[in-house]
Design a protein around this ligand. Structure first.
Ligand SMILES: [Zn+2]
Length: 288
């Protein structure tokens, strides 16, 4: 219990996601169900999202269709389960610019957007390199980069350079550069004087198996299969996250982790989407 409430809100899923995309080196191991989700943080004074999902009606939807994503639900429907309207959201912390994390920005016209400066610069560089570099564009909707430019003109974009402590009281942005993407970042949520920190990992960690190798008794790091950066940097970032949470893996929250619904209080909506309640601020009513 503390000052912040955190929910993980599923908005779509990829029931046939290649296992090799989630675990580096997991060749010929078929497919797995991968939830697509974003996170809602309520503080005393602010409504914030960590990532925003995608828009099924633009090119992000085409990318989603190409990898078998189903069940897309718009943010107004998803957030209503927690009594929030898209226009109530005033802060958006983007872990990275893959379509399923950034493509829903247009639904949140009142939000200030925080992304690492290096993330934006690297996508501009990749796009400028042209078609021969298109393998590095996997998961990118270029229109999302254009949207960041528009938000910048409107005074709603903040480019973060490295670590930003207390972007909101008790909420910190930590860089994980050259990992899943060039300018990935993750969010640390601090309740109760810092002894129960949460790490919202973005895609630096897809599932707990990235932390354990599926061998909890004798764990080892298996980095995500999809990475524009380095496997070593991914493992170093995972080690850093474990240090922040005192090696309590369950305080790392990966949005693509199906098991979150078993670890934390959860419920299914009418549309079959999971709502996971990671923590609840003092005096806040449960949404489960
Ligand atoms: Zn990603």
């Amino acid at each position: 219990m503390g000052a912040h409430s955190v929910w993980v809100l599923e908005y779509a899923r990829s029931p046939v996601h290649p296992v090799s995309g989630v675990y580096y080196g997991a060749h010929n191991q078929g497919t797995m169900n991968l939830p697509f989700a974003y996170m809602l943080i309520r503080t005393a004074d602010a409504v914030a999202l960590v990532d925003v999902g995608h828009d099924a009606n633009d090119f992000g939807g085409e990318i989603a269709n190409s990898i078998g994503v189903t069940g897309w639900t718009p943010p107004d429907v998803v957030l209503a389960e927690c009594g929030v309207r898209p226009e109530d959201v005033t802060y958006i912390f983007l872990t990275h610019a893959h379509f399923d994390h950034i493509g829903g920005l247009k639904f949140f016209p009142n939000a200030k957007i925080f992304i690492q400066k290096k993330e934006l610069a690297s996508w501009m560089w990749i796009l400028a390199k042209g078609r021969r570099f298109r393998s590095l564009q996997a998961g990118l909707n270029p229109a999302d980069i254009l949207y960041l430019t528009q938000a910048n003109i409107e005074g709603r974009l903040e480019l973060v350079e490295g670590r930003r402590e207390n972007v909101l009281p008790g909420i910190h942005l930590y860089p994980a550069h050259d990992t899943h993407t060039a300018g990935s970042q993750y969010v640390v949520v601090e309740n109760d004087d810092g002894d129960d920190k949460l790490v919202l990992s973005g895609d630096v960690i897809y599932t707990y198996q990235n932390l354990t190798g599926g061998s909890p008794a004798d764990p080892y790091f298996v980095p995500p299969g999809l990475a524009n950066g380095s496997q070593t940097k991914l493992i170093e970032a995972a080690e850093e996250m474990l240090g922040i949470v005192g090696n309590d893996e369950r305080r790392i929250i990966p949005v693509h982790e199906e098991q979150l619904a078993q670890i934390y209080p959860s419920r299914l909506t009418d549309r079959g989407l999971q709502i996971v309640e990671v923590c609840l601020a003092v005096g806040t009513q449960s949404k489960i």
